[in-house]
Design a protein. Sequence first.
Lengths: 241, 241
Amino acid sequence: MTYCVATLLDTGMVFLSDSRTNAGVDQINTFRKMHVFEHPGDRVLVLQTAGNLAVSQAVVHTLQEDAAHVDRRSLYSVETMFDAAELVGDALRAVYRRDAEAFKDHGIEFNATFLLGGQISGEEPRLFNVYSAGNFIEASIDTPYFQIGESKYGKPIIDRVITRSSSIAEATKCALISMDSTIRSNLSVGLPLDLLCLKRDALRVLAHRSIAADDDYFRMIRGGWGESLRHAFHALPNPML
Amino acid sequence: MTYCVATLLDTGMVFLSDSRTNAGVDQINTFRKMHVFEHPGDRVLVLQTAGNLAVSQAVVHTLQEDAAHVDRRSLYSVETMFDAAELVGDALRAVYRRDAEAFKDHGIEFNATFLLGGQISGEEPRLFNVYSAGNFIEASIDTPYFQIGESKYGKPIIDRVITRSSSIAEATKCALISMDSTIRSNLSVGLPLDLLCLKRDALRVLAHRSIAADDDYFRMIRGGWGESLRHAFHALPNPML
């Protein structure tokens, strides 16, 4: 499994992915699930993947191949984030046409989802969630974040503290807490993490960091948040039984 | 969906269930999912249900029918909690034999899980998780709690604060926080709640309460926990980006 979260703020965007993939608990590997398409000053797009690794790698490969050819329609040439989301959906549908029958023969579910966020010059920053069928939805004022993969463990904290007006630093902190809660409760999500932040209208990556077990800030989050939770828990009055 | 949690402590047990059932979001109803079998001084057993409501009601009906006849082997006559868990599994398998084919014809998944906890005189308090196939596992020192239904949202807080040595009051508070996190993030889990506490060796119900939206303590938890989380969140230092 996997856990990816992306947040769309008034001031920018924050993306966080884990890097664990597994086919059963006895086959666990590390693969990056965050891919960046950047032309500084013109656009910066971030793609996060969850689901079947062969499918998501095939989709990313297609998108990267197209991006490497200036004469092709690609994530570097489309004029809107909506068109970019359509490209991701199209690439996914092409993989489906090639693989779906073989998947069916082997009883494997065709399952891959993507978060695509970023900004293209002339537009606002935008965030999309692309489903296995290649269709997609866009984040709104009311729903400033999307998650893919093992999303449930880390959802309550985001629901409670993040709004569109949260700062990039706050959204980063919240994403890391959300990830930590997920890692603690689910074996299939694990370090290292990929963290990427964008500042609105900068049209380039603000920060892109790989976070391993020895990362000082993440260690502080892991210890500090657990401690804070226990403190908050004990500070609330007990029920009368 | 549903969310039920049961905790086995050194000093007793705590059970909490929601009461929402749904068949799609447009068909939401309230049904109790907690059933008590009590002979004060001899035994007290608590059964919580999740999954297909028709299946779980049929199982509960069978167990109650047997319990109403003194000549039958029932939750009132078995000598151990292990035997009681076996009875639940047997009742579930009988429903399966009757219904599974019709379910298959209609493309419905046969899905029902149970938490069975309590104490029978002569034994320690014990807690079991009975799966759809009628097999079951028992809670241990290392895993003092079980959840069924929509379990993921409310798992991180339990993982962080509850051990076997937690008090009944603490485990009750934690179960309510866990339930609140689930209700906030998932439409298919809802009020009223059924809360039940047992004290070790008392062999009778210590407290059994229905918690609706106007319950003072639960309202304090809902407001207070959210406030505590936000406070803890903002108290942790922001990352340097």
